[in-house]
Design a binder for this molecule. Structure first.
Ligand SMILES: [Zn+2]
Length: 264
């Protein structure tokens, strides 16, 4: 179940299944930040034209919701890959970030953060081995099956059993809005030959895909049993979520955070 919470003017969404475990996490709406139009207002990305000062203040506000110190953060350089980074400690912000689209950690002193604006955000947790993660799956990451790579790393690096992993798929461009051209469609056909009827929608000349379903299928094939979805389309709900397509490229990125700090 999806929970909607508010704190100091910030509104964020949670999965009840993660909240019950005491995992600090949130899919943060665009509300409650300091950035001006068109990044209004809780923008988490400096790469879109917003100032470093605004983004830093927005990050601070997001961390304060959970009483987390900003120095605990680890944020990747998202490049639409299927690369997973296993994070041992928080990132020294004076150094360059590593390219990757999935972050995993077993360290409760690390807060994982990623940025989204139509791509699919997925959070993961293994409550037995205490491993938390986030990954970023746009259409490229989805056809590269980044979710499979993440689960394989949880098994190989941390000894997790996929059956214990819980996953939560957050807001992104929905199947009602994700229209693609033939070249992109071809890649989905190649990646999901047996499940095409579950993820492809044809209406007249238009071909659309369901990224939530595609990512759920990938996780399920990797052995994950508990997969929750918000099924919120960012393009339909631009008032709450940054949407690259919905705002025609001039917009911000919303933050997703997960931390095991303070878990019993
Ligand atoms: Zn929509």
């Amino acid at each position: 179940m999806t929970l909607v919470k508010e704190s100091n003017g910030l509104r964020y969404y949670q999965f009840e299944e993660f909240a019950k475990l005491g995992v600090k996490h949130g899919f943060f709406t665009r509300l409650g930040g300091v950035s001006p139009v068109p990044f209004h207002s809780l923008n988490m990305a400096t790469t879109v034209g917003d100032s470093n000062e605004n983004v830093l203040e927005n990050l601070n506000r997001m961390f304060q919701v959970f009483n987390l110190d900003l120095s605990t953060r680890y944020d990747g350089w998202q490049v639409h890959s299927s690369t997973t980074i296993c994070v041992k400690s928080s990132r020294d912000v004076r150094t360059r970030t590593i390219r990757g689209d999935a972050l995993l950690t077993d360290n409760p002193d690390v807060t994982l953060v990623m940025r989204f604006g139509d791509c699919v955000p997925v959070i993961l947790m293994d409550p037995i081995f205490r491993v938390a993660g986030i990954y970023h799956a746009g259409w490229k990451g989805t056809v590269k099956k980044i979710g499979k790579n993440v689960v394989e790393n949880m098994v190989k690096v941390y000894g997790c059993n996929p059956q214990n992993i819980i996953a939560g798929i957050g807001p992104s461009i929905g199947p009602d809005h994700f229209v693609v051209q033939q070249d992109v469609s071809d890649q989905f056909i190649k990646a999901f030959p047996k499940d095409l009827d579950k993820i492809q929608i044809r209406a007249g000349d238009e071909v659309r895909y369901n990224l939530w379903e595609a990512n759920e299928l990938t996780l399920s094939d990797a052995g994950v049993k508990t997969i929750k979805r918000m099924d919120i389309c960012t393009v339909c709900h631009k008032d709450e979520w940054f949407s690259h397509r919905g705002d025609h490229g001039k917009t911000g990125r919303f933050g997703v955070l997960i931390s095991m700090a303070g878990m019993e």
